[in-house]
Design a protein around this ligand. Sequence first.
Ligand SMILES: [Zn+2]
Length: 460
Amino acid sequence: MKTDIEWMQEAIALAHNAGKAGEVPVGALVVCNGQVMGRGRNSQIGNHDPSAHAEVMALRDAALHMGNYRLENCTLYVTLEPCTMCAGAILNARLARVVYGASEPRTGAAGSALDIFSNKALNPHAQITRGVLAEQCAQLMQQFFKPKRLNLSPLREDALRPQEDWFEGLPNYPWEPHYVSQLPSLNGLRLHYLDENHESAQPQQMTYLCLHGNPAWSYLYRKMIPVFTAHGHRVVAPDLIGFGKSDKFKKASQHNFMFHRDVLLEFVKHLDLKRVILVVQDWGGLLGLTLPMAMTERFAGLLVMNTTLATGQAPLSDGFLSWRRWCRDNPDFEVGKLFARGNKHLSAAECDAYNRPFTERGHRAALHAFPPMVPELQSSEGADISARALTFWRDEWQGQSLMAIGTQDPVLGVDVMRNLHQNIRNCPEPMMLNHAGHFVQEHGQIIAESAVHHFKLPHS
Ligand SMILES: [Zn+2]
């Protein structure tokens, strides 16, 4: 006679088959007098059948095999704690015994969420044995759900993928990664983004779409995100291709203005973002400020920090030109040091977090590509669309706006921002942050708090 463990191993093999077929990996086995009477695995998706749980499939198989809908004296082995439906089916089949592996805290009906089998009103009872090979059964589930969440799309040959362990132990960045690669412009590249409070059904919920610039990543928004979410709002913060946890082009020449703009447009449509408050700074604005005119119905507000629209109509600022020169002359500059220099209040670990995406030298193409990509002449790529965007903000923008300026910024500071301010319709007097430099978000908590009180949906 085989032991419970040996039977459970057979159930696990069936669970593997379910997983390979794209089903949640649960397997079940009906055994009577040391003989297998029926086998089943999850088949809800393949069979278009909400009741096709592994247990039900195994019970059907056994009943057919035994020529009897009553399976008295039989034992059901299943890798996961049965749900209420399956518990009902088990009682109807009058099984003598149920042996399961992992518990299911959310839906388990054998003691976790509720306990059908100990309910005296329901007769007859099956004897329950819990936790046989529980670890192995639970691991099966975890492994199945992990790759889905990480979206392990194959890496393009012309791209690099930052390693997961580069990002271990980041201070104040507890958020789950999300990935998308099926946008047409991405053509298989994997883009990382944060998506917090997606599930919340708050009627007044808005979506804060936070766009970073060069050489930052979504880490830059870690002080603002908790404020937005605490007020019930959704936060979506992508890492541009070439930055953060997103895939990186191998060559700087693969980057161009319209590519990044198209990705963002498709990204907003793909997630079907609505009631969006656009939060931008640096390249987040150079690109992001060109988005709402293409999809006005999705955008309700603008929170704009040190950035600009480069139309090629006026010369680039001296501050920017010297930054561009500096990047060219110091191609291997350390990103963390740059943050440390302008933000004395950051810890060493926080500055180091900005280095993580560039742990390997080959990953630095975007750092080289972005400064020369700012449209300089009217003929430069992106200049046209930026000029069109400027008109949109000045004459057509219907949403609310808020501007915050880090006054210590030598590149996109007060002068540049005052100029932009004149071109944003109904933008109130800016918040001036006298301790903040270019990376205004490093003082972002107070800005985020102002924002959640400033941006209100119109009462309908
Ligand atoms: Zn079930």
